[in-house]
Write a protein that binds this ligand. Structure first.
Ligand SMILES: NC(=O)c1ccc[n+]([C@@H]2O[C@H](COP(=O)([O-])OP(=O)(O)OC[C@H]3O[C@@H](n4cnc5c(N)ncnc54)[C@H](O)[C@@H]3O)[C@@H](O)[C@H]2O)c1
Length: 325
């Protein structure tokens, strides 16, 4: 009998697989359809909080039968890391064989986390945004500001981006990079309102805070616009969120859990989760005038939809290190 081996993939090896965003969106679509049909397994993520505050390390297991994917992401987010010159999000993902349960691979999860979160925004937008949406507002020009724009640009005819960051230098670097990667015009703005008003799609991607700073006021978001709250409700005044006629999430049960631990204390009623939208169990946008929103929490099925694609491509490309079990 062959001795079992695992494939170890570092952060740069995962990235060098170069999995296209369009394939990631399509894998997430399959995963969310299965979720909406009740076919996935994904217990709510348990977490530990070393150092307290908003630090977390979460365990995120999932099984997606149609993608023959099973495994777990073990991911941490430590807000003070930037002061130490370390990344905010770090972690590992274990992919298991669905036939035998054997671990097949251990891989860095940072690239996957960044990309799948953008993909989840775009998939939500496919159901909640106007198809002709072309102006995107980005608040928080970091990793998520990049991948969310990349994913929206796959599904929508994006022409113009209004970019706001609390650090104007970061916004300027973002503008230069995004204009060189995508054929879009990026305007940096000094006032967060200018990255909301006049935009068809808005992504807030600053820090997640238990006590929201509530910067976005009622009246800023246009009629017919869509917003993705990647940083939960941190950016939004409760009355601004209440202007949305459909407030969605990626998983209602997990959002209710977050409410119990102090987040999302004043949000509108939940219309649907992404599985229900993709499986056609709940309706998405119904008119050009509705304001729609999603607060996607980031789910284990997002990660486990992407991991087998990375694993298979990496094997084919001869990437990574094989290690004995
Ligand atoms: N929902 C999910 O699935 C999911 C997944 C991954 C990350 N996140 C969250 O997304 C957020 C962004 O993550 P990231 O990896 O892009 O972080 P990042 O550190 O790369 O980028 C954050 C950016 O926000 C800027 N910023 C800080 N305060 C701001 C403010 N008030 N207004 C505008 N900009 C501000 C920072 O200068 C920085 O450029 C974090 O809150 C993270 O927890 C959510």
């Amino acid at each position: 009998m062959e001795k079992p081996e695992i494939l170890y993939l570092s952060q740069s090896e995962v990235a060098s697989v170069n999995l296209p965003m369009a394939e990631i969106i399509s894998a997430l679509e399959t995963a969310f359809r299965q979720k909406g049909e009740g076919k996935t397994e994904m217990p709510p993520k348990p977490g530990i909080h070393p150092g307290g505050g908003d630090n977390f390390i979460h365990a995120m297991p999932a099984y997606i039968p149609a993608l023959r994917s099973a495994g777990l992401k073990w991911v941490s987010g430590f807000l003070e890391n930037s002061k130490r010159g370390l990344p905010y999000i770090t972690g590992l993902l274990i992919l298991n064989d669905v036939e035998t349960g054997l671990p097949l691979a251990v891989m860095d999860c940072v690239w996957i986390t960044a990309m799948r979160t953008g993909a989840a925004t775009a998939l939500s937008a496919r159901h909640l945004a106007r198809a002709e949406s072309s102006v995107v507002g980005i608040l928080g020009c970091g990793v998520q500001g990049r991948t969310n724009l990349e994913a929206l640009n796959v599904l929508f005819p994006v022409k113009k981006v209004m970019a706001y960051d609390i650090d104007p230098g970061i916004a300027r670097r973002y503008a230069t990079e995004m204009e060189s990667r995508f054929s879009v015009e990026v305007v940096t703005v000094q006032n967060p309102r200018d990255a909301v008003s006049g935009c068809d799609m808005v992504v807030t991607a600053g820090p997640i805070l238990r006590k929201p700073h509530q910067t976005i006021q009622p009246g800023w978001m246009e009629e017919g616009a869509f917003a993705s709250l990647v940083d939960f409700d941190s950016y939004w005044h409760p009355d601004a969120m209440k202007q949305a006629s459909k407030f969605c999430t990626d998983d209602t049960e997990q959002l209710l859990h977050y409410q119990q631990v102090g987040y999302f204390q004043d949000i509108p009623p939940i219309h649907a989760d992404l599985g229900e939208l993709v499986a056609g169990k709940k309706v998405g946008r119904q008119s050009a005038k509705e304001r729609t929103m999603t607060a996607n929490l980031g789910l284990a099925i997002d990660d486990m939809a992407v991991a087998p694609l990375i694993y298979r491509r990496a094997l084919g490309m001869g990437l990574g290190k094989k290690l004995p079990l």
